[in-house]
Write a new protein. Structure first.
Ligand SMILES: NC(=O)c1ccc[n+]([C@@H]2O[C@H](COP(=O)([O-])OP(=O)(O)OC[C@H]3O[C@@H](n4cnc5c(N)ncnc54)[C@H](O)[C@@H]3O)[C@@H](O)[C@H]2O)c1
Length: 279
C-alpha cells in the first residue's frame, strides 16, 4: 500500500521541473493528484504520465495569483475526489536582476506568483484540509539567505519561510502540518542562472531526487514534523535555521548613540553572514 493511498494532493506549477517530479512520486504512492500549471499543454503531458501510473488526475490551468481561479481549482478537486489532504505550493517565477536596474513589473510579478500564490492556495485549501487534517509543503530557496542578483526572488522565498513558520503554529490545532523544502535541481528555472554564470547553482541534481522529501512531508511518516524548512542540496539533507532573536541581550536605562555603538561591538560575535547556504 502506498504512503498516500486514498489522499488527494494538489501540486501547483507541476507542468514541468520539480512539480512534475512531485506529482509522479505522489501518483506512485497511490494519491489522486491535481496537476496545476498556467501552461496547460505541459500540465496535460504530466497528467497523462500520472494516469499511466494508475493515478486519478485533475488538470488545472489556474493562475495561482488569481483568487477566483484558485478557489475554482480547490472546489473542482473536492468535487472530483471528495477531499484535499495535501498541498504543495510549488509554482514560482525566477528572475535574475541587478539591484538599481530592476525592470518594472518584475517585482510585482514575483510577489504575485511566489507570495500571493501560496497565500491564496493555502487560503482556499485550508477549509478542506481541516476536515481530516493534512499537510502543506511550501517551497523556499537558498536565495532567501541573500544571494547577489536574486534579491527579489530571494525575498519572496524568505516570505514563504515566514508563512511556513506562522501557518505551522496557527494550524497545529487543526491537525494541519506545514513545512517547507529548499531544493536544488537541474530544471529550466536554473538553466538561466547557469547561462548567466551565477555561482553555486546546482544544475546536476535530477528533480526526482527531491521527490522523496516531499512525499515524506506529505505522508504520515512525518506526523511529528511541522514548522521546519528542510534543505536538500546535492544529495545532502539539512535543516535551515529558524529565525529567532539571538542571545545575548544588552539592556540600558537610557540609550545614547555611544551606548548603541558599544553594545553593537559586544554583539558582533552574534552577527550572522549572508548567503550561508551557498557552497
Ligand atoms: N530548481 C532549483 O534548483 C530550485 C531551487 C530553489 C527553489 N526552487 C523552487 O522550486 C519550485 C519549482 O522550481 P522549478 O525549478 O521546477 O521551476 P520551473 O520553472 O521549471 O517550474 C515552475 C512551474 O511553475 C509554473 N508557473 C509559473 N507561474 C505560475 C502561476 N502563476 N500559476 C501556476 N503555475 C505557474 C510554470 O509554468 C512552471 O511550469 C519553485 O518554487 C522554485 O522557486 C527551485
Amino acid at each position: 500500500m502506498g504512503l498516500l493511498e486514498g489522499e488527494t494532493i494538489v501540486v501547483t506549477g507541476s507542468g514541468r521541473g520539480l512539480g512534475r517530479a512531485y506529482v509522479l512520486a505522489c501518483a506512485r504512492e497511490g494519491a489522486s493528484v491535481v496537476v496545476n500549471d498556467v501552461d496547460g499543454e505541459e500540465a496535460q503531458t504530466v497528467a497523462d504520465e500520472a494516469r499511466s501510473l494508475g493515478a486519478a488526475v485533475l488538470v488545472s490551468t489556474a493562475d495561482v495569483g488569481d483568487r477566483e481561479q484558485v478557489e475554482a481549482m480547490m472546489d473542482a478537486a473536492v468535487r472530483s475526489f471528495g477531499s484535499i489532504d495535501g498541498l504543495v505550493n510549488n509554482a514560482a517565477v525566477y528572475d535574475i536582476v541587478d539591484v538599481g536596474q530592476i525592470p518594472a513589473g518584475v517585482p510585482e510579478r514575483a510577489l504575485r506568483v511566489n507570495v500571493l500564490g501560496p497565500v491564496l492556495c493555502t487560503e482556499a485549501a485550508v477549509p478542506h484540509l481541516r476536515r481530516r487534517g493534512g499537510s502543506i509543503v511550501n517551497i523556499t530557496s537558498g536565495a532567501q539567505c541573500g544571494m547577489p542578483r536574486l534579491s527579489v526572488y530571494g525575498a519572496t522565498k524568505g516570505a514563504v519561510a515566514s508563512l511556513t513558520y506562522a501557518w505551522a503554529t496557527e494550524l497545529e490545532p487543526d491537525g494541519i502540518r506545514v513545512n517547507a523544502i529548499s531544493p536544488t535541481a537541474g530544471t529550466r528555472m536554473v538553466t538561466a542562472s547557469v547561462a548567466q554564470g551565477l555561482a553555486g547553482i546546482d544544475a546536476a541534481t535530477p528533480p526526482e531526487d527531491i521527490a522523496p522529501v516531499v512525499v515524506y512531508l506529505l505522508s504520515d511518516r512525518s506526523a511529528a514534523v511541522t514548522g521546519q524548512v528542510l534543505r536538500f542540496d546535492r544529495g545532502a539533507l539539512s535543516v535551515m535555521a529558524h529565525p529567532h532573536v539571538r542571545e545575548p541581550m544588552i539592556r540600558c536605562d537610557t540609550w545614547t548613540v555611544d551606548d548603541v555603538a558599544h553594545a553593537v561591538d559586544e554583539l558582533r560575535p552574534a552577527f550572522m553572514g549572508a548567503g550561508v547556504v551557498v557552497a
